[in-house]
Design a protein around this ligand. Structure first.
Ligand code: NAP
Length: 283
């Protein structure tokens, strides 16, 4: 079997075309969706992430600004900036790029972002609303994974799905979304016993760990669908958790790294910003 490549760039391109149409429609009603990204400090990777988000937003007709603050910014100063953005009627989506310098407590910042503008879906209120089945902003990587799975020519209804990794931003929310889609989900982590057996009987494996080589051909049931979320730089190359070449020989569909989940994560930031612009303006 040669696996179908779940091409994240292609899926993202099609999805963004739909978003662009909706942005144009909203603009014709006098509303320009605006994503504002706050970056504190000079971390190279973070700078390239925020530039990428701004460029992607502008490409589909949104307005996007980066507020770049110094490495020495205090928690109080950052909270003041967030408060201004919360009250700025022109701003619909607020993202604060992490990691933050150590003098700033991340959870305090996430709590301060207005839940209405929290397009990352990381604020405690939006996390709670997700689990309560209420209107919320679903975190972008889990939402992107669900979009990729729609392109995998399989039904999640009753499927056995293994999610490896239990972070608040990927593993846990994607397990919730998969459960809502009627899959039977096993959430695996570093203390899991019998991980290999669980993987071997799974129809879908979502790996969100950051350990290259974690999922091998021997772990995968023939015909399974594989979503590799892992991003680790090895010898200057972005590498996933899955041994791509050998697993592609047995899987029915697989995401590459790079070019799999990554492009969908940014797409869903745009999706949530559009949603915020609509909700704030009662559209
Ligand atoms: P994280 O917070 O570090 O969580 C990693 C998880 O992996 C933890 O739950 C940990 O278990 C588990 N784990 C560690 N070693 C394991 C092992 N040997 N077997 C099974 N589970 C193991 O990471 P994250 O923020 O969720 O990100 C995960 C990966 O996805 C990273 O490589 C990150 O760069 C990537 N990522 C990619 C995107 C994208 O858009 N492509 C977006 C977000 C993240 P414990 O809980 O027991 O410690």
């Amino acid at each position: 079997m040669v696996a179908k490549v779940l091409d994240g760039r292609e899926i993202a391109k099609n999805y963004r075309a739909g978003l662009q149409e909706e942005v144009e429609k909203l603009k014709s009603e006098g509303i320009t969706p605006n994503l504002t990204v706050v970056l504190v400090g000079n971390d190279g990777a973070s700078q390239s992430y925020v530039n990428n988000k701004k460029k992607s937003a502008e490409k589909i007709g949104m307005k996007s600004e980066i507020i770049h603050l110094e490495e020495t910014t205090t928690e109080e100063e950052l909270l003041k900036v967030i408060d201004q953005l919360n009250n700025d009627t022109e701003v619909h989506g607020i993202l604060v790029q992490v990691p933050l310098p150590k003098q700033i407590e991340e959870t305090k910042i996430l709590e301060a972002i207005s839940p209405e503008k929290d397009v990352d879906g990381f604020s405690p209120i939006n996390i709670g609303r997700l689990y309560a089945g209420m209107e919320t902003y679903i975190p972008c990587t889990p939402l992107g994974i669900m979009e990729i799975l729609k392109n995998a020519d399989m039904s999640l209804e009753g499927a056995d799905v293994a999610v490896i990794g239990r972070s608040h931003i990927v593993g846990q929310p994607v397990a919730k979304l998969l459960t809502d889609a009627n899959a039977t989900v096993t959430l695996l982590h570093s203390r899991s016993k019998n991980m290999k057996e669980v993987l071997k009987r799974s129809d879908v494996i979502v790996s969100a760990v950051g350990k290259p080589g974690l999922v091998t051909k021997e772990d995968v049931k023939p015909g399974a669908v594989i979503v590799d979320v892992g991003n680790t730089v090895v010898d200057g190359k972005l590498t996933g958790d899955v041994m791509y070449d050998e697993v592609a020989e047995v899987a029915s569909a697989i995401t590459p790294v790079p070019g799999g989940v990554g492009p969908l994560t940014i797409t869903m930031v745009l999706n949530n910003t559009l949603l915020a612009a609509k909700r704030i303006n009662n559209k």
